[in-house]
Ligand binder design. Structure first.
Ligand code: C2E
Ligand code: MG
Ligand code: MG
Ligand code: MG
Length: 267
């Protein structure tokens, strides 16, 4: 009996693995055609001034809906696009969409996420300049979000490209701060304009150690002249604590989920 059970589960595991591989292949094939088939959409999530409660910025977040595979998460498909190189044209499309949308608003700033591939392949500064020109968005209203792993992958190249990105007039923000492996000395060495405190630290706010970490990041940011944002704010308690800790900009489900339209225009 024991052996039969074992065999049975063995077959199931094998079968499950095959189904998963088949689905992964389906996703990859569909993803390669998704841009051309207009299956991508950009959603926008507000960033709120902690004091006034008003939206001052939006983050552009990519969404993919395929007729047969349904809605897929960026956590799943962005890594696939990075591996295939598809993130280069898709990233360019996101930049154009986000700049065009932000330009319809009188003063909102917009943040666009960048991948390592966009740094190492093609002419990213030229792409950014084109998106700004085509949309008419004033350059200081565009933020480019990068990650620590992107900076650490090839620091020399990253610093060079970042310098050229800054020449376009856009600003560069370090996303998911505190989750990577960069040394603090990098913060001063790279031409950064801001830091986004990762959601995991906001989650840990109920512990005194979590508060201490955020207090330290806020201090570091103000010493280095960096704009500090906290992401993943979900409760009024977190909002109150972050405001008290001096975090000027907040983002999270408490203020609004990513949605296909811009937040309401003031007035
Ligand atoms: P990210 O840049 O750190 O974006 C923030 C993520 O946190 C988004 O997930 C957002 O929906 C989610 N989020 C916002 N507020 C809350 C909250 O209060 N609670 C929780 N639990 N989550 C919250 P999303 O849209 O699924 O994107 C995941 C990641 O995919 C992004 O993380 C970013 O790294 C990447 N990504 C998304 N769009 C693009 C893109 O156009 N290009 C590139 N290269 N990467 C992108
Ligand atoms: Mg981001
Ligand atoms: Mg983030
Ligand atoms: Mg994050």
């Amino acid at each position: 009996l024991t052996q039969a059970k074992y065999l049975h589960s063995g077959v199931e595991i094998y079968h499950g693995g095959q189904v998963e591989r088949q689905e992964a292949l389906q996703v990859e094939t569909a993803l390669a055609k998704a841009l051309q088939r207009q299956e991508f959409q950009v959603y926008y999530q507000p960033l709120i001034d902690a004091h006034s409660g008003r939206a001052v910025k939006i983050e552009a977040l990519l969404r993919w809906k395929n007729p047969t595979l349904g809605m897929r998460s960026p956590a799943e498909f962005i890594p696939i696009l990075e591996r295939s190189g598809g993130i280069v044209p898709v990233g360019q499309w996101v930049l154009n969409e986000a700049c065009r949308a932000a330009a319809t608003h009188p003063d909102l700033r917009v943040a666009v996420n960048l991948s390592a591939r966009q740094f190492s392949q093609g002419d990213l500064p030229g792409t950014v300049r084109q998106a700004l020109q085509a949309s008419g968005l004033p350059p200081h209203r565009l933020d480019l979000e990068i990650t620590e792993s992107l900076m650490m992958q090839s620091p020399e190249r990253a610093a060079t490209v970042m310098g050229r990105l800054k020449e376009t007039g856009a600003r560069v923000i370090l996303d998911d701060f505190g989750t990577g492996y960069s040394s603090l000395s990098y913060l001063a060495r790279f031409p950064l304009d801001g830091l986004k405190i990762d959601r995991s630290f906001v989650n840990a706010l109920s512990e005194t150690s979590g508060q201490a970490i955020i207090r330290a990041i806020v201090q570091l940011g103000s010493t280095l002249g960096l704009e500090v944002v906290a992401e993943g704010v979900e409760t009024p308690e977190q909002h109150a604590l972050l405001k008290q800790l001096g975090v000027p900009l907040l983002q999270g489900y408490l203020f609004g989920r990513p949605q296909p339209q811009l937040p309401d225009t003031p007035g």
